[in-house]
Design a protein around this ligand. Structure first.
Ligand SMILES: Nc1nc2c(c(=O)[nH]1)N[C@@H](CN(C=O)c1ccc(C(=O)N[C@@H](CCC(=O)O)C(=O)O)cc1)CN2
Length: 284
């Protein structure tokens, strides 16, 4: 696919933002290949995502950022510009459950996901063979439940060594410490196996069974220090009934978990997610 720059911005709403952005691009000979915008009257903020055909522009990425910076400053923008030809480096993390990890590895292998997967990290060794079949390094980093710090120190070291842009918790079942969440804001993505905010925390299907709900679901969200309370990227639900025990929900939930995670990761990889406070705007 043709190389494109993606401009993503959020700023206090005012007249002239779209005109200013489009004039900036056209005045430098660029063409807009896709554009989405949203104005939120409840907070008076404006959100925009613009794809720019890079071939037509006389700029490399850094020069484009430098040229746009004065405009961004004048509109008090929170903004970034990325290059679609530079795939993001995605470190995958898992524990024992394989369905989400297997699904992402398949989508990567079939080139459905445009990214790099430099390694997989797990606190168990169960998934090694599956990962190494894909010729991807597998790092088994055990957890001592009485002293988890060495585990997280090693995880942090590996994430830095592999220069991760994104860390995906594909049913990784450990609570990340504050320091790790703080070092990677809006870069750690989790799939929680419930329709948040219902049933946060451990064993959501057992919680759902105890409550007698008729829908269960999955939520893809950014990870923060506040467990399962990070900005939501995508969600979905499926119907269940009184006949379903927790083990039935585990089985029925696998498809919705892996589909929601893949959709959420794709949106992130394509820079379609804008975070504002603890909420998101997703231009999908
Ligand atoms: N800092 C954060 N870490 C994690 C988040 C998050 O939002 N912030 N999401 C999880 C969510 N999760 C599954 O989706 C999850 C929730 C709770 C637990 C848990 O209680 N784990 C125990 C250990 C369990 C075990 O050893 O099998 C614990 O960490 O003490 C795990 C996962 C992922 N992390």
């Amino acid at each position: 696919m043709e190389r494109r720059y993606r401009l993503i911005l959020a700023c206090p709403d005012r007249v002239g933002i779209v005109a200013m952005v489009s004039n900036f691009i056209s005045s430098h000979g660029g063409s807009i290949t896709d554009a989405n915008q949203h104005s939120d009257p409840s907070i008076g903020w404006f959100f925009m995502r613009v794809e720019i055909g890079a071939v037509m522009l006389p700029f490399e990425l850094d020069a484009l950022k430098k040229a746009f910076s004065p405009i961004a400053q004048s509109f008090e923008m929170q903004w970034r510009i990325t290059d679609s030809s530079k795939p993001k480096r995605v470190v995958l993390m898992a524990s024992r459950e394989s369905h989400c990890l297997a699904d992402l590895l398949y989508r990567f292998h079939s080139k459905e996901l445009s990214c790099e997967i430099p390694c997989v990290i797990s606190n168990h060794d169960d998934l090694r063979k599956m990962v190494e079949w894909h010729d991807i390094p597998y790092h088994h980093v055990p957890v001592d439940k009485d002293n988890k710090q060495p585990h997280f120190d090693k995880v942090t070291s590996l994430i830095k060594e592999y220069q991760a842009d994104v860390i995906v918790l594909a049913r990784y079942m450990q609570i990340l410490p504050y320091e790790l969440c703080d070092q990677y804001p809006q870069q750690v993505i989790n799939i929680h196996h419930s329709f948040l905010p219902s049933f946060a925390g451990a064993k959501p299907y057992h919680q759902a069974h105890d409550r007698g709900v008729k829908l269960i679901g999955a939520t893809c969200h950014y990870v923060t220090q506040d467990l399962d309370e990070g900005p939501i990227i995508d969600q979905d639900v499926i119907r269940i009934s009184h006949r379903d025990q927790p083990e039935d929900m585990v089985r029925l939930g696998r498809d919705v978990e892996k589909n929601v995670l893949a959709r959420g990761l794709r949106c992130h990889l394509e820079d379609r997610v804008l975070v504002h406070g603890n909420k998101t705007v997703v231009f999908n």
